[in-house]
Design a protein around this ligand. Sequence first.
Ligand code: CP3
Length: 363
Amino acid sequence: MPKSKPRNSKPKLQNDLILRAARGEKTETTPVWMMRQAGRYLPEYQAVRDEHSFFEVVGTPELACKVTLQPVERLAVDAAIIFSDILVIPQALGLEVQMVPGKGPQFPAPLTEPEEIERLTRDPDLDATLGHVFEALALTRRRLDGRVPLVGFAGAPWTLMAYMVEGGGSKSFRQARRWLWAHPEDAHALLGTLADLIAAYLVRQAEAGAQVVQVFDSHAGLLGEKTFETFALPYLARIAERFKAAHPGVPAIVFAKGAPYALDALADTDYDAISLDWTMDPQAARNVVGGRVALQGNLDPCALYAPPEKIRRRVGAMLEAFGDEGGHVANLGHGMLPDHDPRHAAAFVDAVHALSGRVRAEA
Ligand code: CP3
């Protein structure tokens, strides 16, 4: 049992590997966590979801904290990521979002035409709309008691706009992409509104207890190089600039999935680290970014369907590809999938620990 501490005392961080690696430092061993590490592949998560809807879990700090800690306790990952969703920002702007089983997120009334931007709540009060996230961060930070750092996150402007205009997930997001060509000025206005809110949201997350933040541009790959430079990059850069101005010591990671052409430009922004998807070659990425940023990633999530011994070999190859100069946070190239076997997730984490030099402490 941890010793009881006076209220409000800040427990010392016992494992700060991810903080140092994200700043580009060489670490004794490579830190590892997984995007979507809390989720349906864990039976203990399913047990919570049997009793509560998805947004009930997100909106109840006690429940969000509980599921955030599940992968930390089961898998000994080197970071916790707060349980929430990127779509809480559209909700704060007044759009209704439903999580429909088998279909994913659905907006009953998406922004079909630019005039509808007026439906959004201007300047929402972050504490009134998203106070539950800040409470969940503060609670989780206390319950972690310094075991591992806590990661906060937000969706990127383009990815959020894609959902808000399209009304849900889609292969091509062609309604959202139509806006970029048919209504570029309105698209910029919406992206600017989102960037301002996301930057303020991340700043508040760090005040509430987040020790690292990650911005998910999951649909960056739909854009192409020029369109990315116009509609994604300036807003991603603005977020990093504001965040780092407020919290220079808190590492910021950006994940622009499917956008290898974005690496060079992103390395010139204020992000400390870039997360690679599994299609990107770590050595090629390192050659592009040089020493400007750290890298995160990037095992194909589907590699976790392989037997544990094969997972271990692939992790070895991945670690080698990232090299031993440091500045690497091991992760998947995208999120955990609902039918993953938790034992294979453990094989991934254990392999990173063992092959990068640490023998996992017996639980
Ligand atoms: O990583 C973590 O463990 C923290 C939690 C987290 C969730 N969503 C929980 C979640 C994070 C970081 C996210 C981010 C998120 N949400 C992204 C960016 C990352 C990515 O995957 O590209 C995106 C695009 C979303 C939007 C979203 N939320 C989708 C597309 C879905 C549906 C997924 C599906 O397969 O149905 C969600 C729901 C969601 N978010 C779940 C979880 C655990 C599953 C919901 C459930 O319990 O039924």
